[in-house]
Design a protein around this ligand. Structure first.
Ligand SMILES: Nc1ncnc2c1ncn2[C@@H]1O[C@H](COP(=O)(O)OP(=O)(O)OP(=O)(O)O)[C@@H](O)[C@H]1O
Ligand SMILES: [Mg+2]
Length: 148
C-alpha cells in the first residue's frame, strides 16, 4: 500500500494467549533498529503492556516491565534503550513535555495511548491489538502491524 509516498507493509498476527503476544513482540524487537517508534493501539486491557513486556525480552531487558501510567515514561537499558510511554494520563500537550530527545533519539520508543503524540513523531510503526467480541474467545487477539 502506498501512502504519502511511503511504502506500508502490513502484517496481521493471531494471538491466543498473553504468551503468544509476548512471543510476537519479542520476535519483532529482534528486528528493530535504533530510532524505531511503535505506536501501541488498542482498548484498555487489550494487551499493549503485555506486548511491551515481550518486546523488552527481545531487547534482552530482564527487569520487570510495569506500565508507566503515572510517570508517562519508563526507560530501560537493553541491547538498545527502550523508552516505554503510556500517555493515557497525559494532561498537557505532548509537545510541551520535552519528549523530543526520545522521539528523535537512538533508542526504541513504544507508546501506549499515543494518538496525541502522532503529529509530532518523525515517523512511526503502528501496532493495533484487537480483542474479540466473542465471549468464548476471551484471550484471542489480532495484532495488526503496519510498518512504515
Ligand atoms: N492474547 C492476549 N494477548 C495479550 N494479553 C492477553 C491475551 N489474552 C489475555 N490477555 C490478558 O489481557 C490483559 C492485558 O493487559 P495489559 O495491561 O497488557 O493491557 P493494556 O492494553 O496495556 O491496557 P491499558 O490501556 O489499561 O494500559 C492481561 O491481563 C493479559 O494476561
Ligand atoms: Mg498498558
Amino acid at each position: 500500500m502506498l501512502y504519502k509516498n511511503r511504502l506500508e507493509i502490513m502484517h496481521i498476527y493471531k494471538s491466543y494467549s498473553a504468551q503468544d503476544t509476548m512471543d510476537i513482540a519479542q520476535a519483532m524487537a529482534k528486528q528493530a533498529t535504533r530510532g524505531d517508534i511503535f505506536l501501541l493501539n488498542g482498548t484498555m486491557g487489550a494487551g499493549k503492556t503485555v506486548f511491551a513486556k515481550g518486546f523488552a525480552l527481545g531487547l534482552g531487558i530482564s527487569c520487570t516491565i510495569t506500565s508507566p501510567t503515572f510517570t508517562l515514561l519508563n526507560i530501560y537499558e537493553g541491547t538498545l534503550p527502550m523508552y516505554h510511554f503510556d500517555l493515557y494520563r497525559c494532561q498537557e500537550q505532548v509537545s510541551d513535555q520535552g519528549f523530543e530527545e526520545y522521539f528523535f533519539g537512538t533508542g526504541i520508543c513504544l507508546i501506549e495511548w499515543g494518538e496525541y503524540a502522532k503529529n509530532i513523531l518523525p515517523h512511526h510503526n503502528t501496532i493495533t491489538i484487537q480483542t474479540s467480541n466473542n465471549p468464548k474467545q476471551e484471550n484471542f487477539r489480532t495484532i495488526e502491524v503496519i510498518n512504515k
